[in-house]
Design a protein around this ligand. Structure first.
Ligand code: C2E
Ligand code: CA
Ligand code: CA
Ligand code: CA
Length: 277
């Protein structure tokens, strides 16, 4: 029994060591990739399902390794957050997306919006407001064309700090959307106090929406909640017409998903946009 115990102990620590080493390796690789400009932003159109026209896009980060492989943001964003790198990477994404929006608006497309994901570490950073001001001043985009996506779990953190920061951002004219809505546990009174503009229904619900399970009722409830609070609502991960029709039937008109378009690099995205006017 003693030998077994020791063996188990050794196995456990070695596994832990491997995991930490892997994380540190990824962290260095990510920093180098950022410095070597191997990170890039792709854009996924957002559609008004009533007329099929795009009205905006979400900026999504990509990492291409030196070998040419793509690493999923679900893998590297947590490392960027853990290491603090997300503050400078996030600022770069914001700036890149706003420059892209400026190009779109200058190319004759009117009233287009760009949504940018913002991590908690960015949002609570003391210089975040200045970053936004500087990016708006440099790119000269209309502030109401910029939308920041914060997650519902972030919206649950320190309410006082959050309300203060949100208020300052909103006073600049920038819009706020709550991402992954339905997966966290924000209370209704909380939501009302936060004064956000939009709810984004998580893909997990849309996935199961027509299967007759709870996801459908949760989606309906979120749509109704948005309507009664006078918020916009968008569905993420719409992949088929059944889902689109379900959403339309219950009054959700905005969608983002593979049914309409996948995230695209900026060149393809510009071409796509001009083809879909
Ligand atoms: P998210 O913010 O919830 O973004 C939506 C994800 O759903 C994207 O994955 C998008 O490609 C995917 N998606 C959209 N429509 C469909 C669909 O119809 N079917 C399926 N299967 N997937 C769909 P992606 O690009 O891999 O990003 C994953 C997550 O990484 C994002 O989830 C977001 O949390 C994070 N992320 C991406 N870029 C950034 C960034 O610049 N900053 C921060 N902080 N997080 C980011
Ligand atoms: Ca998002
Ligand atoms: Ca989501
Ligand atoms: Ca997310």
């Amino acid at each position: 029994a003693k030998i077994y115990h020791r063996a188990a102990y050794c196995y456990f620590t070695r596994e832990m060591g491997v995991e930490i080493r892997e994380r540190v390796r990824m962290m260095h690789a990510l920093r180098t990739a950022f410095e070597d400009e191997r990170l890039f932003v792709v854009y996924q159109p957002q559609i008004d399902m009533r007329n099929g026209k795009p009205f905006g896009a979400e900026a999504l980060l990509r990492w291409r390794t030196e070998d040419g492989d793509l690493i999923s943001p679900d893998k590297f964003i947590p490392i960027a957050e853990y290491s603090g790198l997300i503050v400078s990477i996030g600022e770069w994404v914001l700036r890149t997306a706003c420059y892209e929006l400026d190009k779109i608006l200058k190319s004759g497309i009117k009233e287009f919006r760009i949504s940018v994901n913002v991590s908690q570490a960015q949002f609570t950073h003391p210089l975040f407001l200045q970053v936004i001001e500087r990016v708006l001043a440099d790119t000269k985009i209309p502030p109401e064309c910029l939308e920041l996506e914060i997650t519902e779990s972030m919206a649950m953190a320190d309410l006082e700090v959050l309300t203060l920061t949100l208020g300052k951002i909103k006073s600049k004219g920038v819009r706020i959307s709550i991402d992954d809505f339905g997966t966290g546990f924000s209370s209704l009174s909380h939501l009302q106090k936060l004064n956000v503009d939009k709810l984004k229904i998580d893909r997990a619900f849309i996935n199961e929406i027509t299967s007759g399970t709870n996801e459908g009722s949760i989606t309906k409830m979120i749509i109704q909640l948005a309507q009664s609070l006078h918020l916009e609502v968008i569905a993420e991960g719409v992949e088929n017409l059944e889902q689109a029709n379900y959403l339309l039937q219950f009054g959700c008109y905005q969608a983002q998903g593979f049914l309409y378009a996948k995230p695209q690099n900026k060149v393809d995205f510009h071409a796509w946009l001009h083809d879909h006017q």
